[in-house]
Design a protein around this ligand. Sequence first.
Ligand SMILES: [Zn+2]
Length: 95
Amino acid sequence: MKDIKEDPICQHCGKKMSKWAGTQLPFGGCTTWTSEFLYVCFNDECPYFVKGWDWMWNNYHRHASYRHMLDPDTGQTNPFPVKSNDALREGITEE
Ligand SMILES: [Zn+2]
């Protein structure tokens, strides 16, 4: 297990990532992790998130995007799917 003491910085926008401890994923099923919480970039201006809308529409015709997510247990980053700017914000435990 990696010991991350400080909140990591999003590599796409340079903002601090938030701790997220929700359990519900909008697309469900295919994403698994063992961590108690994840780090997610909830910056609405994050280029990764901003570009995601077009990418999802062009590839899947879905009005959805994804945010930059880091699993502190493995140190791996993954896309974190969201359907709106406010989606899943209730899972944030620490800004
Ligand atoms: Zn970001």
